[in-house]
Every structure is written in structure tokens, then in C-alpha cells.
Write a protein that binds this ligand. Structure first.
Ligand SMILES: *Cc1c(COP(=O)(O)O)cnc(C)c1O
Length: 495
């Protein structure tokens, strides 16, 4: 039986997975959610004998029910191949009293690769299944990592074009260089004057612009989204929660059905929502620890039940989490509103109009799976330094936010469940922040001197993704004011 997807904001007609992947967003401005969360149909012991690719199949087949086995396996095999520099795809590293789940072994060395290596294949397969004859235009807003991962995934994919908007002054030098050196005639990269939320809102406006949609149609194009609101990104992220759990089981670090914690450095709430789905599929998870940086809207939400984006936007050393409108939270709000789209819509309308909403106590009672906290810039830097001094292991700033929040969690709860810290980026991607956390003196070094020094102190070879941009040519030099985003899109498409 097919699993259908409905909108979080109205009772519009449910669609199949392939249609939800193609459309990205439902027409009413909500997000697609599965009608129910399927249970794993293999035991944890069975799963522990499988490769990453096999686990991926076991998870995805339950959500993408209109794909046949051959189609799904083909997508998985194209995605999780030797683009990843380790065979396990998502290895675990034990240091101090936690396990670090390294999700940065793909082509752009951040966790977005985990989903964006497969999304283009899910999308082109969906297009074939639905007899789409138009060219797909992927429109993406990025706080840095999504952009490059989406560009790498979609570059030169036939039948697709990709346009990426990023905040010109809100990404790291390495992140920007990775994007503006992107090859492929079907790619287009634009810096905007605003911050990430402005970029994301701009993209949402373009998606909801009916007139623009008609113009595109006339010229043989249709939009889709590679942002984490696409269920084609959410579902592949469930896989590594299941995989890391069964790896721990296989290595006898935990016993069968032993509950563990996951600490997730969070921005748009996509990654941690995938962990929540994994828990609802039957994976034994005790707490989902939601870690924020100084932009602590989510901590305040879990603490008070009030979501309030009306606050100063703070640029931090973990830019991929500098977000005040956490899009995927809508899927959680919908769920704790017992799947009532009107109720959810009222909250989202309030967010749109006044920038804030307050959930009721019945809803707040359903948030006990989560613990939220945040780490300041000083706490984040201190975590990097302490972990390095004690173990020689170097983590990036986002992972350090998670680590620092885990320290607070342990101190306030005395919880002893084994814990996995989700490591979302390679320290190489944020070398300056990481190195100056270890020693302020490093700030004197140039960008690539820092890279070489990081390699020397951590004993980790410089990843291919960094080597590549050392001498790469800059191929994109576009900039626009936020309001001009629709014009820029039309210009690139020649309409
Ligand atoms: C995107 C990103 C995050 C935040 O993930 P969400 O799914 O948006 O919560 C954390 N760390 C890094 C390195 C990222 O690129």
C-alpha cells in the first residue's frame, strides 16, 4: 500500500512520494508530511549486519513506496559511492564519553551531502515516473553548506538547472569559495545583500508566485526545491540515525534495544526532525538533544512554548545554524497539534504576521522527547580547545555547539545514557574559527596555511574538497539586492 503525503496547512489532496519530491512544497505554502510514520520492518540485529546502502534501502522503501526496488537501489548506489572517502559512509569516532557521528565524508565535507547526493537521483527518477516533460529548476537558499552540496549534487544532471542564493556576508571564506568555483553550465550562484532568512523568504516568495510559475511553464520550466523542506532530503537523513545505532550494536558498545541519546546541532530543524522520525519508526532513542548557537529561538521554544523570531540576528562561528525561522519545526508543530492543519496554519500565519506564536500546554506536553539548550561563542571555542587538548580530536564549530550543549545536559540531568554527537561538518570547512579556538596565534596565518597547520596538528589529511579549491578559478561573480531575486532568476533562464 502506498504511503501518501499531505500538507501541514490544509486538507488538500494527498500525493505520492515522487510527486512530493518533485513539487518540493504543497501549493498552500505548508510542508509535505507522510500520513503516518512507518515502523522499521527489520530487527535491529538484522540491520546491524547491513551496509550503509542496504540500511538506506530498508528505511527509504518504507517512505518512498511508489519507487520500485530497482529504482530506489539505483538512486542509492549512485549517491553513496566513492564520492565518500570512507566505505562506511558515516563513521563513528569515540572520544571522551561520547561517540561522534561523522557526517562529513561526502564531496563537500558537510552533512548536507548525506541527503543532497541522493536528491538529484530521486528527483530525476520522480520526473520519469510522473512523465514530466519540463526542465526542473532547483531554487535554493543557503546559509553556506546546502548551496555547495546542492550544486555538487545537481551539476551536470540532465534535465535540471540549479540556482543558489547565499548571504554575501554570512558564509565562511571556504564556503563561498566552494560555491563560486562550481563548474557546470546548469549552475548559477548569487550572493544577496540580506541574511539567510532573507534568502529563504525570497525563495519562498518566488515559489508562491503564481504569475512567475505560469511564465516558467510557458518556457518549459518548473521549479523545485533542494532545501531541507523537501521530503527527498528529510528521509535520507533518517538513515544515518538507524545506521549509527546498529553500528554501536554490532560493535557491542550497546546492548539490543538499549536507548541512546543523539545531540544534534540545529538550524532549520531538518536533521533533528529526521532523528525524531527515526525514534517514531522504533529506533530506541532516549533524548533528542537540540543544540543551538546564540540564535537560540529553538531553546526558547522548548523552554517556554513560545516561538519568537523577533530578535537580533547574530552572526556566529557556526553560520549554518544562524537561523531565526526554523522551517522544519512546522512539521513538529503539526504533529503535536495532532495532525490538525487548521491549528498548525494558525500558528504559521501568526509567525508570518507578528513573528511569534505560543503553543498550548497540551502540545508542550508532547515535547518530552526533546531537550533544548544553546552554547555561546566562548563555550563553543572552549569545547574545541578542551576536546583537542584532552584527546587530539578536532571538531568543527557546529559540532562543538552540540558538544558544549551535551556538557550542559549532563550537568543538569545526570543522565548516563550513551550518547552520539552528530558531527555535521569537517573542521577544515571552518578552519579559522577552529584553529583560533585552539590557539589565538593561528589567526596570523593565511587561509591555506591554516589548512596545512590543521592537518599537522590533527593528523588528518586535507580532504579532496579543500585541495580542489586551493587553485580553482572563480566562475560565479553575481550579486543582487534581496528584492531583485525574481529578476535574477528570470535573467538566468532567459525569460
Ligand atoms: C545545515 C547545517 C546544520 C543545521 O542542520 P539543520 O538540518 O538545518 O538543523 C548544522 N551544521 C552544519 C555544518 C550544517 O551545514
Amino acid at each position: 500500500m502506498d504511503l501518501f503525503y499531505r500538507s501541514t496547512r490544509s486538507d488538500c489532496k494527498p500525493v505520492k512520494a515522487s510527486e512530493a519530491i518533485l513539487k518540493g512544497l504543497p501549493e498552500d505554502g505548508g510542508l509535505f508530511v507522510p500520513e503516518y510514520i512507518p515502523m522499521l520492518d527489520k530487527t535491529l540485529n538484522e540491520l546491524s549486519q547491513m551496509t550503509y546502502q542496504q540500511v538506506a534501502y530498508e528505511v527509504m522503501k518504507l517512505f518512498f513506496t511508489d519507487f520500485n526496488k530497482e529504482q530506489l537501489m539505483s538512486c542509492i548506489e549512485k549517491a553513496y559511492d566513492n564520492k565518500f572517502d570512507v566505505e562506511e559512509i558515516a563513521p563513528l569516532v569515540e572520544a571522551n564519553d561520547a561517540f561522534y557521528l561523522e557526517l562529513f565524508h561526502g564531496s563537500t565535507i558537510a552533512f548536507k551531502d548525506m541527503a543532497l547526493s541522493i536528491l538529484p537521483h530521486l528527483m530525476t527518477t520522480s520526473a520519469k515516473m510522473n512523465h514530466v516533460d519540463k526542465e526542473i529548476v532547483i531554487l535554493t537558499a543557503t546559509s553556506g553548506d546546502t548551496g555547495k552540496a546542492a550544486l555538487a549534487g545537481f551539476a551536470s544532471v540532465e534535465g535540471c538547472k540549479i540556482i543558489v542564493f547565499y548571504p554575501k556576508n554570512g558564509v565562511s571564506m571556504i564556503q563561498e569559495k566552494q560555491m563560486i568555483t562550481q563548474k557546470g553550465d546548469n549552475t548559477f550562484v548569487v550572493g544577496i545583500s540580506g541574511n539567510f532568512d532573507d534568502a529563504q523568504t525570497g525563495v519562498k516568495h518566488i515559489f508562491n508566485d503564481k504569475q512567475m510559475e505560469e511564465e516558467l511553464n510557458k518556457h518549459g520550466y518548473q521549479f523545485s526545491s533542494a532545501n531541507s523542506i523537501n521530503i527527498g532530503r528529510l528521509v535520507p537523513q533518517i538513515v544515518y540515525y538507524v545506521y549509527s545505532y546498529v553500528q554501536l550494536l554490532k560493535e557491542e558498545k550497546i546492548t539490543d534495544k538499549e536507548a541512546i541519546n543523539f545531540v544534534v546541532p540545529t538550524g532549520n530543524f531538518g536533521n533533528i526532525l529526521a532523528a525524531y522520525f527515526a525514534k517514531n519508526m522504533g529506533l530506541p532513542i532516549h533524548k533528542l538533544i537540540c543544540a543551538s548557537n546564540d540564535n537560540k529561538v529553538l531553546y526558547d521554544f522548548f523552554d517556554t512554548g513560545i516561538y519568537n523570531k523577533n530578535r537580533e540576528f547574530i552572526l556566529t562561528s557556526s553560520p549554518s545554524m544562524d537561523i531565526l525561522i526554523s522551517s522544519n519545526l512546522e512539521r513538529l508543530v503539526y504533529r503535536i497539534a495532532n495532525g490538525n492543519p487548521e491549528k498548525n496554519k494558525a500558528f504559521m500565519d501568526a509567525l508570518n504576521h507578528s513573528g511569534t506564536y505560543t503553543i498550548d500546554s497540551e502540545m508542550a506536553d508532547q515535547l518530552h522527547d526533546f531537550y533544548g539548550n544553546y552554547a555561546t561563542e566562548e563555550e563553543t571555542a572552549a569545547y574545541i580547545k578542551n576536546l583537542f587538548d584532552q584527546t587530539g580530536y578536532v571538531v568543527d564549530t557546529h559540532t562543538a555547539v552540540a558538544g558544549a550543549v551535551y556538557e550542559k545536559y549532563k550537568a543538569s540531568t545526570n543522565d548516563t545514557h550513551k550518547t552520539v554527537i552528530v558531527s555535521t561538518a569537517s573542521p577544515y570547512k571552518f578552519a579559522r574559527s577552529v584553529m583560533t579556538a585552539i590557539n589565538q596565534e593561528y589567526d596570523k596565518l593565511g587561509e591555506f596555511e591554516l589548512i596545512d597547520e590543521l592537518s599537522a596538528i590533527s593528523n588528518v589529511v586535507v580532504p579532496e574538497a579543500i585541495e580542489e579549491i586551493r587553485h580553482a578559478d572563480i566562475l560565479h561573480q553575481n550579486f543582487c539586492e534581496t528584492e531583485k531575486m525574481p529578476t535574477v532568476v528570470k535573467d538566468f533562464l532567459g525569460i
